[in-house]
Write a protein that binds this ligand. Sequence first.
Ligand SMILES: [Zn+2]
Ligand SMILES: [Zn+2]
Length: 218
Amino acid sequence: MYDLHIHSIYSDGTAGIEEISKYAQRKGLKIIAITDHCSHEPWGSKLLDLETVMERKSIIESANSGNLIVLNGLETDILWNGRIVFPKGLKKDFFDVIIGSFHMWGNISKWEKSLLSVIRSGMVDIIGHPLAYIGKIPWNIAEKIAITAADCDVALELNSHYSLPDIEFLEICREYGVKFSIGSDAHHLYAIGNVEECLEIAKNLQLKLLDPYIFCKK
Ligand SMILES: [Zn+2]
Ligand SMILES: [Zn+2]
């Protein structure tokens, strides 16, 4: 089992990376990603500082153990201009896995334009909690998102911290071959790996899940 969406004290989580790793090992997880926020908002601003990002990376590396892989991840804010927030001076491959997410509500046309642009940018691997800040979307927009995500090989997330997308949206994604990632979005130790509901819906709807080992490239 894996969990590709966990926050530590490097953003708004309450646990240190060592602690997270030990807890995940006890829970029997095989791969986790520490995906702290990178944002202009106070809760994600630590990762805009290069020194902090480097320090966090070395702690993540030493949190790897024989039976647990800990990935150097990031959850970046998607902005209304179709860009993401990213630490200056770094390239995408500094991180093992990058989630792009909206964290504010906006109108549907701005949402669609920004999301499509980020999916096409090649800068993110996963769209975090895709419908959390928009709700139900018309089927023609859902189709456009699904086609683009599948074409660009960007996964959409089943996130257990937010309500899951509606079944109609998930079925459209399935039809176009979109891959899904599983994440708890844990901000506290106890929530790590609590992804049963996501796994169940993926199984019931026969959604295609991504292979988390593709991110273990280094
Ligand atoms: Zn998020
Ligand atoms: Zn998150």
